[in-house]
Design a protein. Structure first.
Ligand code: HEC
Ligand code: HEC
Length: 373
């Protein structure tokens, strides 16, 4: 009997990874609590493309002094962030914004804090040629490195079926985006509690925090939790007043400056990451709609306990400080979102909300949570 089971066990062991990888490829990695990953029809997933994308994401040769890769600021060991308030690129050059995590970015309908990139593919073009990130003049050095490296030639052939001389930046960013679409993560204590029927998966404090989150604290309005899954973002833009004091005294002057500069073909990526005042205009720089001044994209809250410091400018250090900010009704300013107002939370309620946010940590990143304590 036992002997007859052995081949079955072996078969299962062999087939299991295959099944897992094909379901990953089809975008069906159904981590508990996550909806299917949206895959664009012009960039289907395949295993070679994902492997290629990972290699490109880590490659420091695609920067002016070979010191910076995507992973410099989106470090897999730090939950795909850098732990800094403001990102630092080549020669420690500082930008204006905090590096968001890449985990679950696949669920955003637009990329960057102001949503100026419509897709992960378009987003990936920005950092290479940004003077404060990878610092390249144009994409040609990337394509040169790739065409001279036989490993890349064979990977591009497998991923896209093309020869080295036909590789373009479009292929590079498609591979990176495919890799990013595999960096999704659910299965947190919250997911097991909410969607897995495991009533003991969250602490009593976190359960109280969840209730507050959906009622008195109003977090649910912008960071929604669905019936069968939760991505914790409405994919919209709101003004909480963070960083607004930087622009308030000269607001109209800066607004006029941006309008004129845009008419003349202002380079968005470069300007936003080098000019603090323009950065603080947020969504406005993309749309030029007055009501978008100081609005930023609602970030996901998954793994938020291990991706600090917080907000587009990295100005809020801890989750306790975040809750304090919401409790006082954001930073007062003329464009403040109507959904932001003082909450009058008790000390116990504030602590419960923090416990709930910690329960959104996926098992892959739970080690980082322990490091913090
Ligand atoms: C110098 C640090 C740095 C490097 C290098 C870097 N990034 Fe980023 N990344 C950032 C910052 C800062 C932002 C936010 C910028 C903004 O919103 O204007 C960002 C935003 C993003 C986003 C959008 C996420 C969201 O929440 O909207 C993605 C995806 C991303 N980066 C991927 C990449 C990829 C791919 C590369 C390599 C090609 C890369 N990054 C290189 C710092 C960096
Ligand atoms: C009106 C919409 C809105 C409401 C209500 C709201 N948020 Fe946010 N949240 C946002 C936006 C927009 C940002 C980014 C703002 C910025 O960077 O300037 C944000 C940022 C955050 C961050 C920082 C995440 C990061 O990666 O930097 C945390 C944590 C957070 N919110 C938690 C909460 C909690 C907890 C509540 C309820 C007490 C709440 N939010 C209510 C829209 C909202």
């Amino acid at each position: 009997m036992r002997n007859r089971l052995i081949p079955v066990v072996i078969l299962v062991l062999v087939l299991m990874p295959l099944w897992l990888s094909t379901s990953v490829l089809a975008g069906k990695t159904r981590a508990l609590g996550l909806p299917p990953v949206p895959i664009p029809s012009d960039n289907p997933q395949n295993a070679a493309k994902i492997a290629l994308g990972m290699k490109l994401f880590m490659d420091k040769r695609f920067s002016a002094d070979s010191t910076v890769s995507c992973a410099t600021c989106h470090d897999p060991k730090r939950a795909f962030t850098d732990g800094l308030p403001i990102a630092e690129g080549i020669k420690k050059k500082k930008g204006t914004r905090n590096s968001p995590t890449v985990i679950n970015a696949a669920y955003y309908t637009s990329q960057f804090w102001d949503g100026r990139a419509p897709s992960l593919e378009e987003q990936a073009k920005g950092p290479f040629v940004n003077p404060v990130e990878h610092g390249l003049k144009d994409f040609s050095p990337i394509l040169q490195v790739i065409k001279r490296d036989p490993k890349y030639s064979s990977l591009f052939k497998k991923a896209f079926g093309i020869d080295a001389d036909r590789i373009g930046i479009e292929h590079v960013v498609k591979a990176i985006a495919s890799f990013e679409r595999t960096i999704v993560s659910g299965d947190s204590p919250f997911d097991r509690y909410m969607y897995g029927g495991e009533k003991g998966a969250m602490s009593e404090a976190a359960i109280r925090g969840l209730k507050l989150y959906r009622t008195k604290a109003r977090c649910q309005d912008c960071h929604p939790i669905g019936q069968t899954s939760a991505i914790f973002t409405d994919n919209k833009f709101h003004n909480l007043g963070v960083g607004f004091s930087v622009i308030e005294p000269r607001l109209m002057e800066i607004v006029e400056k941006v309008k004129k500069a845009k008419e003349k073909g202002l380079k968005l990526d470069e300007t936003i990451l080098q000019k603090q005042d323009i950065s603080e205009l947020g969504r406005f720089v993309v749309t030029l709609n007055i009501e978008d001044i100081g609005r930023f994209k609602t970030p996901t809250l998954r793994n938020v306990a291990v991706t600090g410091p917080y907000m587009h400018d990295g100005s809020v250090e801890t989750l306790e400080d975040v809750i304090e900010l919401y409790n006082q009704g954001g930073e007062d300013n003329p464009m403040l979102d109507s959904g932001i107002r003082p909450l009058e939370l008790t000390e116990q309620e504030k602590a419960d909300l923090v416990e709930f946010l910690k329960a959104l940590t996926s098992p892959e990143y739970a080690g980082l949570l322990k490091d913090k304590k």
